[in-house]
Design a protein around this ligand. Structure first.
Ligand code: SF4
Length: 106
């Protein structure tokens, strides 16, 4: 990518998720994390969101479930196993005990 294109994106590209990631990638050529690469790809695919930060509605794209501006972007709730729930309870009780000791109460 030449510097003219990078300058164009800086000047005209909408301030949107993926802009900084895409520019980082173009300028440094370094490998992005999967989450950053996904945002950068959608930013590029949506032509820098020049028409607005909209849902692309391309449901057959493998990245669509993670598209940043997807209309029904409801994050999946994490389901914890019993072992994870037990560990979380232990951690919470341990931390609350630490606070009580730090505050000087029993
Ligand atoms: S999800 Fe949409 S915007 Fe993102 S890469 Fe796929 S088609 Fe392009």
């Amino acid at each position: 990518m030449n510097s003219d294109n990078i300058s164009w994106i800086r000047e005209h590209g909408k301030t949107a998720q993926g802009k900084n990631e895409y520019l980082d990638y173009l300028e440094s050529g370094k490998k992005l994390s999967p989450a950053k690469a996904l945002k950068a790809q959608c930013f590029q695919c949506m032509n820098s969101y020049l028409d607005g930060k909209d849902d692309c509605e391309i449901i057959d794209c493998p990245l669509y479930p993670y598209m940043p501006y997807r209309k029904d972007n409801v994050k999946a709730k994490r389901v914890m196993s019993e072992k994870q729930q037990d560990s979380l309870q232990k951690l919470v009780s341990l931390r609350s005990g630490t606070r009580r000791i730090a505050n000087g109460s029993k």
